[in-house]
Design a protein around this ligand. Structure first.
Ligand code: NAP
Length: 256
């Protein structure tokens, strides 16, 4: 009988991780590298990407930097070629780049709405459009999106963010329907609150942080490492029959 741990083996897979310069994307990029994948680190800030690259290298992992502004529509023309450069075409696309420009609904200008919807919702689809053809050729691919508590719960001052993350859940189903039969599975992870740059304004309010923890079933908020196991499941053969799903990794927040 096969060792069940082999099901989670991603050694030699090529993973493109957006948002790899900080927070959840950075943590998952390091986890994939530790699990033996060759990781392409995509974000805008070169210094932070270089630091992530160094950290991965210091642990014996393989990675390369792909500095890129995903809000620059010109970047999609050659992204598949650039991504394939260091290690060959990506097998796994993890869409973790995201923004949440918190502001009251009536004061949300059109450009903020559009930027948020574009980066959080449109870009994961556009990147998939660029990378899926090579995945289909090999009949193997994994797309992992990052949803949110705000995919199913409304929070103050987050109209654009909430709309984008609600969209991510349905985008995930729609991409799964389009490509699963070709071996390209698409799922999303919906984390609970995790302290990162994105949530710095929440983290600065201890009473709000404590209140969020009480709304979970386990009684604590999240850590980026809480997502490592589910990301590995969805990126590997272990997740072979899972597609179109959003897995809530939130300590029970959305079930309570
Ligand atoms: N933290 C939470 O509690 C939480 C909960 C649920 C879901 N999420 C989601 O998790 C994902 C990661 O968030 P995080 O909390 O880890 O936030 P974060 O630390 O602020 O990371 C966001 C990442 O997105 C990248 N990014 C932003 N604009 C970009 C652009 N124009 N082009 C390329 N990359 C860009 C940033 O890199 P550069 O600035 O270097 O470009 C950074 O690496 C987001 O989708 C977020 O919505 C977070």
């Amino acid at each position: 009988m096969e060792n069940p741990y082999d099901l989670f083996d991603i050694r030699g897979r090529v993973a493109l991780v957006t948002g790899a310069s900080s927070g959840i994307g950075q943590s998952l990029a390091c986890a994939f590298a530790k699990a033996g994948a060759k990781v392409l680190l995509l974000a805008r800030r070169q210094a932070q990407l270089d630091a992530t690259l160094q950290a991965i290298g210091a642990e014996g992992g393989s990675a390369a930097v792909l500095a890129c502004d995903l809000l620059d529509s010109g970047c999609f023309a050659d992204i598949a070629q650039r991504a394939a450069g260091p290690f060959g075409p990506p097998d796994i696309l993890l869409n973790a780049a995201g923004i949440n420009p918190r502001m009251p609904a009536l004061q949300t200008p059109p450009e903020v709405w559009e930027r948020t919807l574009r980066l959080n919702l449109s870009v994961p689809f556009m990147l998939a459009q660029c990378l899926v053809p090579a995945m289909r050729e090999r009949h193997w691919g994994r797309i992992i999106n990052i949803a949110s508590l705000q995919s199913v719960r409304a929070f103050p001052n987050s109209v654009a963010y909430g709309a984008s993350k609600g969209g991510v859940v349905q985008l995930t189903r729609a991409m799964a329907e389009a490509w699963s039969a070709d071996g390209v599975l698409c799922n999303a992870i919906a984390p609970g609150y995790i302290p990162t740059e994105l949530t710095a304004s929440i983290t600065a309010q201890p009473a709000v942080v404590a209140e969020l923890a009480t709304r979970t079933m386990v009684g604590r908020n999240g850590r980026a490492e809480d997502l490592h196991g589910v990301a590995l499941l969805l990126a590997s053969r272990a997740g072979e029959f899972i597609t179109g799903q959003t897995l809530y990794v939130d300590g029970g927040f959305t079930s309570k």
